[in-house]
Design a binder for this molecule. Structure first.
Ligand code: ME8
Length: 645
């Protein structure tokens, strides 16, 4: 069955950020899920390229609007390619095919009596390309807060008011049309408030699609952008393509009104079938604030993909965010989730299972039916996850996958295959345990492939499965389909554990470099920015003088037994007896490098015991994140016992 759906076509006022990535990757997950359940999905994205803003931005750079949008459309395409997002259609509103479709739709609406010429004066937001009907010129725009301008023009109007009852009837008859429920209620009360006709053309702009035979009118924003979904479905030739009506439009919640009110009205006016569903998801927040290009607090996806692999970000967004609600993005949470779910979770289960089969069974899947209660659990998990994904409850589905992974980990620990292998009477139990774990890995791979296609393909390959994981169909997720004798390939770690602090530092550095690259690309002023330091709370000078820092000289140094990190030092700080100091510097300094060296010691720190040794002070060293320590020292010589102040 065909399944045609869409994500927004994005404005060309900047490069994509993680918010655009979110909607587009949800679409990508849905597409892969639809394939898994045997449908033929296709989806559309693209770029929304017309409008005053683009004209102004291009002028500022001395570029033509077309040149300007070409750069940004390429940037979007490059992002989706690099991020493994497989959109089937990329519609640019400046393309000839789209221009033809918009003009055709207009003619249909006009022929059916839903378009007329009139005058409009109103408060217009140039940033959102929108008359703010509820505000006055000079007031802030209700969407972006910028000052509204007074605009009077001859416009073509669309008779939106004629659709109030038809729309209400649509929402009533098809409660599933707008999702989730809260958005549906919001739209219904907006429409019940009464709809006014909509201005759909402009005369003051040249960067737009011309209204046929009506120069200087050009179409503006929504009677241009929304139609992109229909352009991808073939436009005037839609019947021969078989994609229309769309099964689903995925959008962010701020544009639900345009999709759930204007769009069905345009389609009804043109005599075209209506989409089946509009799903508005929430916003991705950064540190609990809405990300926006104007606020400059956006996160870019490419550095994350380069440093951690895009699948880590895909999983994070699909598991952390409840689809439909707002969700927060944070670097620390991203890395922590990677370590918990991927390095320790599926990564660890897969590598220990496959390694044991290599070691104990010559790398071949043992013959067994597996444990029946796991067969049951896995079957229930598959049913639950497929159902949850069909309702876009991705986080719930993924939670269940990880419950299955944990249960299997527990089974391995309880059965202890490393003990079973030593007992000839336990051969059947060992086969059963290994088969169970491997079959869970296979089924888990099938369920996770829509979310993490690249890395799951790597595990799939190690498991010895012959075809690509994206060829898998849901029927093959039945327990017992893993053939005995299947030969594993060598085990390689797919999700190596990451150091949280170091990775966060790399991510922030990557973000700053990417921001700079985009600023240069878009001709923006490049600001040299350094990330804010995570400083300790402020102290006074009185607090500082409480810390007694002294110059010392190392007399003796030795490794500490049983520890890779610690050295035991004897340090002369000018007292009758040298101090005994245990320092965590052994990864960076050998004992012999330390002898004779001048160092800085915190001399009034309360003594403490480390590995049975007393440490009477602390040696001062600097490090970046969790990186290796570098000892504080002096460029000129200074006597032992001197105080630092
Ligand atoms: O509105 N969190 O384009 P746009 C989640 N061109 N999703 C976000 C987001 C965030 N912080 N920021 C952006 C337009 N998005 C029009 C659409 S459609 C015919 C025309 C996603 O570049 C989300 O899908 O402002 C949102 O609806 C869309 O990007 C807005 O992109």
């Amino acid at each position: 069955m065909k399944y045609y759906f869409t994500v927004p076509i994005y404005y060309t006022n900047g490069a994509p950020h993680i918010g655009h990535t979110y909607t587009t990757l949800v679409a990508d997950v849905i597409k892969r899920y639809q394939k898994l359940i045997g449908n033929q999905p296709e989806y559309t994205t693209g770029t929304d390229e017309h409008g005053v803003n683009v004209e102004r931005a291009a002028n500022k750079l001395g570029k033509s609007p077309q040149e300007f949008v070409d750069t940004i459309a390429d940037e979007f395409r490059m992002h989706w390619d690099k991020l493994g997002i497989q959109a089937d259609h990329f519609i640019r509103t400046s393309s000839p095919e789209h221009q033809k479709t918009v003009q055709w739709m207009f003619e249909q609406c006009r022929a059916n009596g839903y378009v007329y010429k009139g005058h409009y004066t109103g408060a217009y937001c140039v940033s959102d390309n929108l008359f703010a009907t509820e505000a006055k010129p000079g007031e802030p725009c209700p969407i972006c807060g910028r000052t509204l301008e007074a605009v009077t023009e001859e416009n073509f109007f669309f008779k939106l008011s004629a659709f109030t009852d038809k729309l209400l009837e649509l929402y009533e008859k098809h409660p599933e049309f707008i999702q989730p429920e809260a958005r549906r209620n919001e739209v219904i009360s907006f429409v019940k408030g009464g709809l006014t006709d909509l201005s759909i053309t402009r005369t003051g702009i040249s960067w737009g699609i011309p209204v046929p035979n009506e120069a200087p009118h050009v179409f503006y924003v929504w009677f241009d952008a929304l139609i992109a979904y229909f352009t991808a479905a073939g436009g005037a030739d839609w019947q021969s393509k078989g994609l229309w009506p769309a099964d689903l439009h995925l959008v962010g919640k701020e544009i639900i009104r345009f999709h759930a009110v204007y769009w069905p009205a345009f389609l009804m006016a043109a005599g075209l079938p209506l989409p089946k569903q509009i799903w508005a998801h929430g916003w991705l927040l950064f540190d609990n604030d809405k990300m926006s290009k104007t606020k400059g607090n956006v996160v870019r996806p490419l550095p994350i993909a380069e440093i951690m692999g895009f699948d880590a970000l895909r999983l994070y967004l699909m598991r952390e965010v409840v689809f439909g609600a707002d969700g927060n993005f944070g670097y620390e949470a991203l890395v922590t989730r990677y370590n918990a779910d991927l390095a320790n979770g599926i990564g660890n289960l897969a590598s220990r299972t496959l390694s044991m089969i290599h070691q104990y069974r010559g790398g071949k899947i043992p013959a067994s039916d597996g444990d029946q209660h796991f067969a049951q659990l896995a079957t229930e998990t598959v049913e639950y996850v497929l159902e949850a994904f069909s309702k876009f409850e991705f986080n719930k589905g993924l939670d269940r996958v990880w419950a299955l992974i944990s249960a299997t980990d527990k089974l391995i620990v309880e059965r202890a295959p490393w003990k079973l292998v030593k007992d000839p009477d336990s051969a059947e139990l060992l086969d059963r345990t290994l088969y169970t774990a491997a079959e869970v890995v296979r089924i888990t791979c099938g369920l996770l492939a829509p979310v993490m296609p690249d890395s799951i393909q790597k595990l799939w390959h190690q498991l010895g499965c012959p075809s690509e994981v994206d060829q898998l169909r849901a029927a093959e997720l039945h327990w017992g389909k893993l053939p005995a004798g299947q030969e594993l390939r060598p085990v390689q770690p797919v999700f190596p554990r990451l150091d949280v602090k170091l990775t966060m530092e790399k991510l922030i550095e990557g973000e700053l470099a990417e921001r700079k690259r985009q600023d240069i690309l878009l001709g923006r002023e490049v600001k040299e920015e350094k990330p804010a330091l995570d400083l300790a709370p402020e102290i006074t000078i009185d607090d500082f003088v409480k810390v007694d820092l002294r110059v010392g000289q190392v007399l003796e140094a030795a490794a500490v037994k049983g520890s890779d990190k610690l050295l035991h030092l004897k340090v002369d700080i000018g007292e009758p007896e040298p101090r005994s100091i245990v320092a965590g510097i052994a990864l960076a300094y050998k004992p012999e490098q330390m002898i004779g060296r001048k160092v800085v010691i915190v001399a009034n720190l309360a003594p403490r015991k480390l590995r049975g040794l007393t440490s009477q002070g602390m040696i001062v060293a600097a490090s970046i994140g969790e990186g290796l320590p570098v000892l504080a020292g002096f460029n000129e010589d200074i006597g032992v016992g001197a105080r630092l102040k």
